[in-house]
Design a protein around this ligand. Structure first.
Ligand code: ATR
Length: 274
């Protein structure tokens, strides 16, 4: 029996277990996939103990992706190195190898949900935290021409912009305060709302929905609808949630763990069973 897990804090709401288990089952791989809630203060010790507990691979979700980047024996994936974020770990001979499949998950979801076969040329991100970092870094390294990072704390957007420039010199990256996002949005081909606003009822909207052109596609990472997403949908904007991205990043993790192509239809069914 091969043991896999998802590490987070909290992790109770995750939809990964049934998705991954459906994939293992379809290929006849005897495996378990459990959710491990690990408090930030205990992360290094608990993670170091996982190989000895028999775990051969795991996913990492908020708030631990940067901690996992620092805790791997080796950051093996180029995307993980650029984003300084690890969401997938493979254990080989007791050593942990870190990868990030978030960026490719977004890219494949953009194609599936909106038909983008290449990175949208001009992209606007609201927020500069973990989600914005992974998606924007990948996009800049894979064909986006111009990226706008709009964040409440301008300094954070500037730091991320600088790191993206270093990793993707061909991409123009602009940092701006969140309240200037409405001026940038009409120049863009896609909007990524990546602030944590909307996770709690009564949260304000990151920017006024009226500022967003009605035909602009909006890529929301969160499965649960927010007032912002509802308002955009009501305006007629093409809007997707994080479901396809979750599937695609999970399929890529599955491929790294097993060395086999992930059975998409089965994993999609597992995900849809929630
Ligand atoms: P995630 O990993 O989901 O991206 P995160 O790294 O905690 O989460 O980032 C949260 C993002 O939401 C940040 O860009 C944060 O802005 P700051 O850098 O200024 O903190 C943004 N955010 C959180 N609360 C916000 C609020 N009330 N108004 C505007 N932006 C907010």
């Amino acid at each position: 029996m091969q043991k896999y897990a998802l590490l987070g804090w909290p992790v109770g709401h995750s939809r990964s277990p049934r998705m991954q288990l459906a994939g293992f089952q379809a290929l006849g791989i005897q495996a378990t996939y459990e959710c491990l809630a690990i408090p930030p203060g205990e992360f290094p010790e608990q993670v170091a103990a996982l190989p000895a507990r028999g775990f051969v691979g795991w996913n990492v979700t908020v708030p631990h992706k940067e901690r996992m980047y620092a805790a791997c024996h080796e950051v093996a994936g180029e995307e993980a190195r650029a984003a300084r974020s690890v969401n997938t770990v493979v254990v080989r001979e007791g050593r942990t190898y870190g990868y990030s499949t978030d960026g490719i998950g977004v890219a494949r979801a953009l194609e599936h949900d909106f038909g983008f076969r290449e990175a949208p040329a001009r992209q606007l991100y609201l927020g500069a935290g973990g989600a914005a970092q992974a998606a924007a870094m990948y996009a800049a390294r894979h064909g986006a021409r111009e990226i706008y990072l709009a964040n409440r704390t301008l300094e954070k957007a500037r730091e991320l912009a600088e790191r993206i420039r270093q990793n993707a010199p061909g991409c123009q990256v602009h940092a701006l305060p969140l309240d200037q996002a409405p001026q940038a949005v009409s120049a863009c081909d896609i909007l990524f709302p990546c602030t944590s606003l909307g996770l709690h009822q009564g949260d304000p909207m990151p920017i006024p929905p009226d500022a967003i052109p009605p035909d602009l596609p909006v890529f929301d990472f969160v499965y649960t609808p927010s007032a912002f997403r509802n308002a955009l949908q009501a305006k007629g904007n093409p809007v997707c949630d994080g479901r396809e991205m979750l599937l695609q990043q999970g399929m890529e993790s599955f491929r790294l763990w097993t060395g086999q192509e992930a059975p998409e239809a089965d994993m999609r069914r597992g995900l849809d069973s929630y």
